[in-house]
Design a protein around this ligand. Sequence first.
Ligand SMILES: Nc1ncnc2c1ncn2[C@@H]1O[C@H](COP(=O)(O)OP(=O)(O)O)[C@@H](O)[C@H]1O
Ligand SMILES: [Mg+2]
Length: 304
Amino acid sequence: MKKKILIISGGISKERLISLDTGLQVAKELKKNLYNVKTSEPNSNLEKTIKKFKPDVIFNALHGQFGEDGYIQTILEMFKIPYTHSGVIPSAIAMDKEISKKLFIKYKINTPKFFTYKFDKKNSQLIKAINSKLKFPVIIKPINEGSSVNVFICNRKNIFKILNSLKNYKKVMIEEFIGGREIQVAILGNRKLGAIELKPKRKFYDYEAKYNTNAKTQHIIKIDLPKNKLDEVLNIAQKVHKIIGCEGVTRSDFKYFNGKFYLLEINTQPGMTKLSLVPEIAAHHGMSFIELIEWILNDATTQR
Ligand SMILES: Nc1ncnc2c1ncn2[C@@H]1O[C@H](COP(=O)(O)OP(=O)(O)O)[C@@H](O)[C@H]1O
Ligand SMILES: [Mg+2]
């Protein structure tokens, strides 16, 4: 008998639609391979659904807040049913860009310079701080979103307008802008699965560039980098996966500029949509979509 799989997708984060798509693609593939599959939202009926369906494994297809940040993982721990991807603490750390960047720095992993801003300074003080610590342009982004939601490139002219639009966040991250190339690396447990380069036609790899085929972001699976540089970035991704204590699959996002890699973040619930990068990297290394999903399911555990 094939395993019973409950897929949790949707949720209330700004990445809801991406999560529904991830859930749909995983469900389709599992059904094609004769698994008994059910999909659920992480809502108040979840407990009932789990108790009735009695899944062997829960596939967490959520992205963003309450799905990728340790909240749902805490709830899933209570059911003592294996669930996929990282556990409570690594999920929480990886989702918090401020805490995870402090860890990158502690472990000497190069990351763009930054500070956090709580909407508490006078405009002139903020400009002074940027000029002395970072210089314009800067990147402004939320501490705990994904999919490039509310990530902006800011210059001296538009910064306050953009900050004003982000006031619902308690604080935001202001980061040095790194030009150059965009490279992402997939880690599968102990295995350095591979990397991919993205060449967005847009100003940066924003939400449209990620999910709209009309935005025509180029995916380059055979990255033009010397072997030692490719090894270097794979090793950094593996190191950060281990330091944070991640499990299953992760995807680390880098910029590559002037011969140096800058780690932007590590994702503990990378997307599995048709345009997603981990399945593309896997396919290039001879692992089909179903093989990737089955690997993730087999790796799921409650022993965290
Ligand atoms: N410091 C930076 N310099 C240049 N581009 C950046 C920087 N930070 C983010 N970006 C751009 O924004 C995208 C999303 O940023 P990231 O930190 O990965 O957040 P998210 O969790 O939303 O994916 C990156 O893939 C990159 O294109
Ligand atoms: Mg990213």
